[in-house]
Design a protein around this ligand. Structure first.
Ligand SMILES: NC(=O)c1ccc[n+]([C@@H]2O[C@H](COP(=O)([O-])OP(=O)(O)OC[C@H]3O[C@@H](n4cnc5c(N)ncnc54)[C@H](O)[C@@H]3O)[C@@H](O)[C@H]2O)c1
Length: 246
């Protein structure tokens, strides 16, 4: 097992990609902390029923105080925090003409600020341990601009890409690696509102000619969390069926 004895915090893990990351890490022996604004208890319960080590934390990642308290409680309970996956995120649809200031601020608050709060909270523990792996779930939109979302979504993911590289540079001396996974067109609730025509259009543009599965994103996150990627930091790994090759 690749993550034996490790403690991993995964945000937005009540469902979708985050839940699959939690399940994949738990199967590899990690104690997984499932953070979500709703559904964390139920998700953790389903893992505990399969005899995995899972801790639910109900909070909104835009609440910095709640984030700090939760990270402190996990560190006190487990003694170490080895992995952080910043996965929680929201999307907005439409073009700039439809996009309100409130939507802009809300998407930036969750996708960028929430990510920053968690990084800031765990880094002191990782520095003390002189080890850690931070993985940010970004998007193809952060590299090539929005395809299916409002322009704030790609902007927020672009900010996460830059944060990933900045932290990778600043934290390398403490043995902390910081990487990202950039998915596209994964079967979750986030892509469930597409019309059939939109879906076909999206699939047509993907060389592998299909949607991706949450498990396929989770495998990429596992690789970046594990020692198999020990010389990789500042990387933004595509999981996109070949839509963007960079
Ligand atoms: N599904 C895709 O096609 C796709 C593609 C590219 C990137 N992504 C990214 O992958 C990540 C996961 O997406 P998903 O498709 O699983 O979405 P999802 O909507 O199925 O799940 C997102 C989870 O995050 C939680 N969440 C949202 N805001 C939160 C907040 N403020 N505080 C706490 N929890 C919060 C939700 O409750 C939910 O459980 C997101 O960052 C998303 O941008 C998804």
């Amino acid at each position: 097992m690749e993550l034996q004895e490790k403690t991993a915090i995964i945000t937005g893990s009540a469902k979708g990609i985050g839940f699959e990351i939690a399940r994949t890490f738990a199967r590899q022996g990690a104690c997984v902390v499932l953070v979500d604004r709703s559904g964390a208890e139920k998700a953790a319960e389903s893992l505990k029923n399969q005899h995995y080590d899972a801790i639910p934390v109900s909070l909104d990642i835009t609440d910095m105080k709640a984030v700090n308290n939760a990270v402190e409680a996990v560190a006190n309970a487990k003694g170490h925090i080895d992995i952080l996956v910043n996965n929680a995120g929201i999307i907005a649809r439409g073009d700039i003409l439809d996009l309100s200031r409130e939507q802009w601020l809300q998407v930036m608050d969750v996708n960028v600020n929430g990510n920053f709060y968690f990084c800031k909270a765990v880094v002191p523990y990782m520095i003390r341990q002189h080890s850690g792996s931070i993985i940010n779930i970004t998007s193809i939109a952060g590299k090539m601009g929005d395809i299916t979302a409002a322009p704030v979504y790609g902007t927020s993911k672009g900010a996460i890409n830059t944060l990933t590289k900045s932290l990778a540079r600043q934290l390398a001396e403490y043995g902390i690696r910081v990487n990202a996974v950039a998915p596209h067109a994964i079967e979750t609730d986030m892509s469930a509102d597409w019309t059939n025509d939109k879906r076909q259009e999206v699939i047509e543009a993907i060389p592998l000619k299909r949607m991706g599965k949450p498990e396929e994103v989770a495998e990429a996150a596992l690789f970046l969390a594990s020692e198999r990627s020990s010389f990789i930091t500042g990387e933004i790994l595509n999981v996109n069926g070949g839509q963007l090759m960079d």
